[in-house]
Design a protein around this ligand. Structure first.
Ligand SMILES: Nc1nc2c(ncn2[C@@H]2O[C@H](COP(=O)(O)OP(=O)(O)OP(=O)(O)O)[C@@H](O)[C@H]2O)c(=O)[nH]1
Ligand SMILES: [Mg+2]
Length: 340
């Protein structure tokens, strides 16, 4: 096993997207990571960057921790996309850097890590904080339990950056005659099957679950019976923390799906983010028993705007409700989680 921990980082006290102290947050994230986990397990930590960490800043961030390596990458809009279709600022807010980041994490990262010889990775962002001591090797735990994808939280993605996404995924699995493992179970408002309508409310709920199961069973045989494409529940892995086996992402089926997604250009044109495609890939191709929900440590990833909690939050570990970090967070923002 040759695992690593990855970050994508920016060497700035005020990032162009949110005006946050990216460099300061990265250092805090690394300090907590080493204190609570990596001092003991000594995994390689790769920090991808666009050349803005010069040698002296790299040394400052490393603080003598030899496991940390900086790796320079270059971002560019793919040549097969029409640049005129790509807004410089999406919705007048989101710059191109954020969309390069999304493409990096849902498409480019897998062949890069594979070529470097890493077979597992764990992702953290500069604003990802692990607050609890983790006393076991997370990668060995995953392998020993035959899991290929581990996540800490699920959040409901807003509608705006998902327009057209589920339709695109359904078109692909339909055309390719793929029978998704659990993706269709997330179309849960209503269903059309054999011209019957089932409401999710009340007593019919159980029946709908059965219908979904049957629908999954039927898919490859009856292409006319499909869930309505606009009904995706948008529940997605909050993947600023995740652990996964690189080999899964390099299988021809998953690569083919990711390449299709990439050619559509949804990251750049519609701000479809990395976590929605990652969620779909996992739920289409990965058996449920290979997915693990970590709940035993406290993880923080919060989008704060003007002092207010806008998205995400702090996710207390099973025994961590009285943890100082949890109490401080609640005191400061009035709640633990924001998932509008
Ligand atoms: N090099 C580089 N890194 C970036 C860029 N945009 C984001 N990142 C990094 O990628 C990681 C994820 O970016 P975030 O802005 O936190 O994106 P996010 O987690 O989807 O958004 P939030 O939920 O609001 O935190 C962070 O570590 C960022 O510093 C970019 O343009 N260039
Ligand atoms: Mg983030």
């Amino acid at each position: 096993m040759n695992p690593c921990i990855v970050y994508l980082a920016q060497n700035t006290p005020k990032d162009p997207q949110y005006g946050r102290d990216s460099r300061g947050m990265l250092e805090k994230s690394l300090d907590l990571l080493f204190q609570n986990y990596n001092d003991a397990f000594q995994h390689d930590v790769l920090i991808f960057h666009e050349g803005d960490f010069d040698e002296s800043s790299q040394l400052e961030v490393k603080k003598g921790r030899s496991q940390i390596q900086f790796r320079e990458i270059n971002f560019a809009i793919p040549e097969f996309l029409n640049p005129r279709e790509i807004p410089e600022k999406w919705d007048g807010i989101y710059g191109i850097g954020q969309r390069h980041m999304a493409r990096f994490f849902c498409y480019s990262i897998f062949p890069i890590l594979n070529a470097l010889g890493y077979d597992w990775y764990m992702r953290l962002d500069d604003d990802s904080f692990i607050h609890t001591k983790i006393n076991y090797n997370l990668f060995e735990f995953m392998a020993a339990n035959q899991c290929d994808y581990g996540y800490r939280a699920i959040l409901k993605e807003p509608l705006r950056p998902t327009y057209g996404f589920s339709e695109m995924v359904l078109a692909y699995i339909k055309a390719e005659r793929i029978k998704p493992v659990s993706f269709l179970e997330n179309f849960d408002h209503s269903l059309t099957l054999n011209n019957e309508y089932f409401s999710l409310k009340g007593r019919l709920k159980k029946r709908v679950t059965n219908v979904i199961d049957r629908l999954s069973e039927k898919l490859n045989h009856d292409l006319n019976n499909w869930p309505r494409a606009t009904e995706w529940n948008r529940q997605t892995y909050y993947n600023n923390f995740h652990i996964t086996r690189v080999g899964f992402w390099m299988t021809p089926e998953v690569q083919s799906f990711l390449s299709y997604f990439d050619r559509v250009g949804g990251n750049y044109k519609y701000r479809w983010s990395d976590h929605i495609v990652q969620t779909a890939a996992v739920q289409i191709f990965m058996p449920d028993h290979r997915i693990h929900h970590f709940q035993d440590f406290t993880y923080e990833h919060a989008t704060i705007k003007e002092g207010k909690l806008e998205w995400g939050g702090i996710f207390p570990g099973t025994d961590d409700n009285e943890l100082l970090a949890v109490n401080d967070f609640k005191k400061q923002y009035g709640k633990l989680l924001c998932n509008r």
